[in-house]
Write a protein that binds this ligand. Structure first.
Ligand code: NAP
Length: 249
C-alpha cells in the first residue's frame, strides 16, 4: 500500500484537493483539452491513458494507492473508465463530484436529455441564444441555423459553428453574476443553453438568468457509476485522511 494518489482532474475541485494533500505523493492528470491549462499545485501528467486497460496498467505500474476521480460531472467516459480500472487494478477509488444546482424560486429551466433535445427545445422562431457549452457539444446547433448564437469558450472554437450568425467570446471562469448579467443584456440574449455543472464558478449565469427572467435549457447530467463519492474538496481531504489512517499509510 502506498501514499501515491492519482487525481483525475480538469476541475477547480481537483486543483483544490491537490493543494490540500500535503504529505501525500500526488499527481494530477489532465486530458489535455485546453491549450494553456490553469497552474496546478502538484506534478501534472497530460493526455488519455488508452481506455480502461491503459488506466489500470498506469495504476499498477505507478503503484497508485488511491485514485480520485475529480473530473467534471459531464465527463462520463473517463468516470466509467476510472471505476472499471480501479476495480481491475485493485486500487481504492473516491469520486469528487460537485452536487448539481437545484432550481430556486424564479428559475425558468427546462431539462433536456441531450444536444438534439436542446436544439428542439429552442423552437423554430429565431432567437438570440447563449451557448455555455464545451466545444464538443456545439456542432449539434448547426441543425438550428435560424438562431443568433453567442458562444463562450476557453480556447477558440475551430471549426466555427456552421450557422450564419454566431459571436465568439473567450473566457475562463469564475464568472460573477453581475458581469454575466451585463453580458447577457449587452448581447440581448433570450435563452441560455448550459450544463448543470454545480459549484460557484459558473453559477453567475444562472443567477443572471433568474434576474432577467430568461429561460435556461439545461442538459441533464449523464448517468455515472455508483461509487463512494463526496461533493467538495474539503470533504475529499477528510476522506483521504481516514483512508490513509485505515490503511496505515
Ligand atoms: P470524457 O469524454 O469523459 O473522456 C474522454 C477521454 O478523454 C477519456 O476516455 C480519456 O482518454 C481522456 N480523459 C478525460 N479526462 C481525463 C483526465 N483527467 N486525464 C487523462 N485523460 C482524460 O471527458 P471530457 O468530457 O472530454 O472531459 C475532458 C476533461 O475536461 C476532463 O478532465 C474533465 O474533467 C474536463 N472538463 C470537462 C467538462 C465537460 O463538460 N465535459 C467541463 C469542464 C472540464 P483515454 O480513454 O485514452 O484514457
Amino acid at each position: 500500500m502506498t501514499r501515491r494518489i492519482l487525481i483525475l482532474g480538469g476541475t477547480t475541485e481537483a486543483r483544490e484537493l491537490a493543494g490540500a494533500l500535503a504529505g501525500f505523493d500526488v499527481t494530477l492528470s489532465l486530458a489535455g483539452r485546453t491549450a494553456a491549462p490553469a497552474r496546478q499545485p502538484v506534478p501534472v501528467r497530460v493526455g488519455g491513458f488508452g481506455g480502461v486497460a491503459g488506466l489500470a496498467e498506469h495504476l499498477r505500474t505507478e503503484r497508485i494507492g488511491l485514485l480520485v476521480d475529480a473530473t467534471h460531472p459531464y465527463a462520463a467516459t473517463i468516470s466509467a473508465h476510472a471505476a472499471e480500472a480501479a476495480a481491475l487494478a485493485g486500487v481504492a477509488l473516491l469520486v469528487l463530484r460537485r452536487p448539481a444546482w437545484r432550481r430556486a424560486e424564479g428559475d425558468d429551466w427546462i431539462e433536456v436529455a441531450d444536444v438534439a433535445a436542446a436544439v428542439a427545445a429552442l423552437g423554430e422562431a429565431p432567437r438570440r441564444i447563449f451557448l455555455a457549452l464545451g466545444r464538443q457539444e456545439l456542432a449539434g446547433f448547426a441543425a438550428a441555423p435560424q438562431h443568433d448564437y453567442l458562444i463562450r469558450s476557453v480556447d477558440p472554437v475551430e471549426p466555427k459553428l456552421g450557422v450564419p450568425c454566431a459571436t465568439y467570446l473567450l473566457g475562463r471562469g469564475p464568472f460573477d453574476a453581475g458581469a454575466e448579467r451585463a453580458m447577457l443584456e449587452a448581447h440581448r440574449i433570450e435563452r441560455i443553453v448550459c450544463k448543470n455543472s454545480g459549484g460557484a464558478a459558473t453559477y453567475g449565469k444562472i443567477v443572471a438568468a433568474r434576474e432577467l427572467g430568461l429561460r435556461v435549457v439545461m442538459l441533464a447530467r449523464p448517468v455515472l457509476p455508483e461509487v463512494p463519492s463526496v461533493g467538495s474538496a474539503a470533504a475529499a481531504r477528510e476522506w483521504v485522511g481516514h483512508w490513509a489512517a485505515r490503511r496505515g499509510v
